[in-house]
Design a protein around this ligand. Structure first.
Ligand code: GDP
Ligand code: ZN
Length: 289
């Protein structure tokens, strides 16, 4: 039987087959091979009685290490120009990671009732951003549409309104907006595990704290090697540079820099590229795991 792992806890995997959720263990062979089933995995299971066994894991679209999940279709990057303001660098860093992992990106500029975020909109309009307000409901119907049929992870700096948006999408989700974060200091998620949650509209989301800030895990050598191609808007220019192996940071005859000067590429995007480039440039084989 096929199914999808919705939750992983203490060696048990909760596999949704479409008809029921079967509590499974994983075959010992996975451990020997150094593979662990992850939330989001599509798996093959055999069921005997009330328990099941995970026999095989289907090929993955991608894997994230913190939180440990597989097969994310889309990162929903929530940003805001009201307090707390989102630094475009944060958005660009996440879109680069998304590109590296083969996920789609949806940039969602929230708190539109407080601030229209004109600068952020100017930078990301071509990326197909969405303006939302969890307060007035602006953009919520479109957000629901754009996450339907996909597994999405909501990410963004704390306080931009991720929980509020999820609540607006599905009141059953009923996350305790803001309050608990204050009461406990670190937020409602402290005792929680990663879980795949199906919203009432049919969209799936990863319910976890970890995506609010990506760890350096995801910013490893792989990103260093492929950085230019993870800036998707740079693509039309990458072949036009004078030198093979152009780093697009300061070279003469760099088509990317030329496009920035000509206003065809956003200067803010290129500034983020430079910052990431510098952050990653000293990374060596031995320093990453
Ligand atoms: P999270 O940390 O990203 O999950 O952010 P929360 O959902 O906890 O929201 C942080 C604060 O912003 C709360 O006080 C919310 O009521 C408020 N908030 C969230 N979205 C909006 C919005 O669209 N408009 C306004 N005015 N306030 C919002
Ligand atoms: Zn170049």
């Amino acid at each position: 039987m096929r199914g999808r792992i919705k939750k992983a806890l203490s060696g048990f995997y909760y596999v949704d087959t479409g008809e029921e959720v079967v509590t499974c263990r994983a075959r010992g062979r996975f451990r020997k091979e150094g593979v662990s089933p992850l939330v989001g995995d599509r798996v093959e299971i055999t069921v005997s009685g009330t328990e099941g066994m995970v026999d095989a894991i289907e090929p993955r679209r991608n894997v994230f290490s913190r939180p440990a999940v597989a097969n994310i279709d889309q990162l929903v990057i929530v940003a805001s120009n009201a307090i707390p303001q989102t630094d475009p660098y944060l958005i660009d860093r996440m879109t680069a990671i998304a590109a590296l992992k083969g996920c789609e990106v949806l940039i969602c500029i929230n708190k539109s009732d407080l601030d229209h975020a004109d600068e952020l909109c100017a930078i990301y309009e071509k990326a197909g951003l969405l303006l939302t307000s969890a307060e007035t409901g602006e953009g919520i119907a479109e957000l629901r549409e754009r996450i339907s049929g996909k597994l999405s992870a909501f990410t963004g700096n704390s306080g931009v309104g991720k929980s509020s948006l999820l609540n607006a999408l599905d009141p059953r989700f009923s996350v305790q907006v803001g309050e608990v974060s204050q009461a406990l200091g670190r937020g409602r998620h402290t005792t929680r595990h990663v879980e795949l949650y199906t919203l009432s509209g049919g969209a799936e989301i990863i319910d976890t704290p970890g995506f609010s800030s990506f760890d350096t895990d995801e910013l490893g050598l792989a990103l260093k090697e492929r950085l230019p191609e993870t800036f998707l808007d740079f693509a039309p220019y990458l072949d036009g540079c004078r030198f093979v192996g152009c780093s697009h940071t300061k070279e003469k005859g760099c088509a990317v820099l030329e496009a920035v000067r000509a206003g065809k590429l956003s200067a803010s995007r290129h500034a983020s590229y430079l910052r990431l480039y510098n952050e990653l440039k000293d990374l060596r084989e031995w320093s990453s795991k």
